[in-house]
Design a protein. Structure first.
Length: 218
């Protein structure tokens, strides 16, 4: 099999990252749609049973909202990473397909989290799935940076480090949550919230570095 890199022009070709991006969009869209299938209320219920069914559906709604936000963030990051890849080779394709496989699997741990959020193993599986997906995206980002070559200036180098830190923070937080889930599932889920201020700080630093003249390519 010919594993030579594929050159990509500015205009884009069917052999460039555009094809990978199109495939990725489809997988992300399907995964997002599958998340909502667990959110339902049976027909023909009386008033009391209807309100009880709504109450029981709340964990599914919460898990759906969480995973939709997670997948949406993955989609945004993935498009930015692929947009910065100067050429597509076997490594880029392999990492992209591995990431998509994990994204397509995410509805399963989401369902576990909705139904068994009190079980340590369910929370650990969800945390591990998100951490693994972020790790693959981080590997794809690092591969993109290698293909781009050394940063042309210190500001661009800082932007690249902050991009890696943004994905790396998710790997660390969700990775730590895996063993933490066996201590307390609730504490592990609350631990995820650390990402909100962490990403705000990293994002703010990245915007300032980009505004100062750093290359904003992910």
């Amino acid at each position: 099999m010919d594993r030579a890199p594929v050159a990509v022009g500015r205009g884009g070709t069917d052999e460039g990252p555009e094809r990978l991006s199109a495939l990725s969009d489809g997988v992300f869209a399907i995964a997002m749609t599958l998340l909502v299938l667990d959110v339902s209320v049976p027909r023909g219920l009386d008033d009391a049973a209807f309100h009880e069914a709504l109450r029981q559906a709340l964990p599914n709604v919460g898990a759906y909202a969480l995973s939709f936000a997670v997948i949406a963030n993955f989609w945004s990051d993935h498009r930015r990473v692929l947009g910065g890849v100067p050429r597509v080779d076997a490594s880029v394709v392999g990492l992209t397909l591995l990431g998509l496989a994990l994204i397509a699997l995410l509805p399963f741990p989401t369902s576990l989290l909705a139904e068994y959020g009190y079980e340590p193993l369910a929370v650990a599986i969800y945390s591990g799935s998100v951490a693994a997906t972020n790790a693959v995206h981080l590997a794809l980002l690092r591969t993109s940076h290698k293909r781009l070559g050394p940063p042309p200036d210190p500001l661009t180098a800082r932007v690249r480090r902050l991009d890696a830190a943004d994905l790396g923070s998710s790997v660390v937080v969700f990775g730590v949550a895996v063993p933490l889930a066996f201590v307390s599932p609730n504490v592990a889920m609350f631990f995820w919230i650390i990402l909100v201020p962490a990403k705000r700080v990293i994002g703010g630093k990245r915007r300032r570095a980009t505004a100062a003249g750093g290359d904003g390519t992910f």
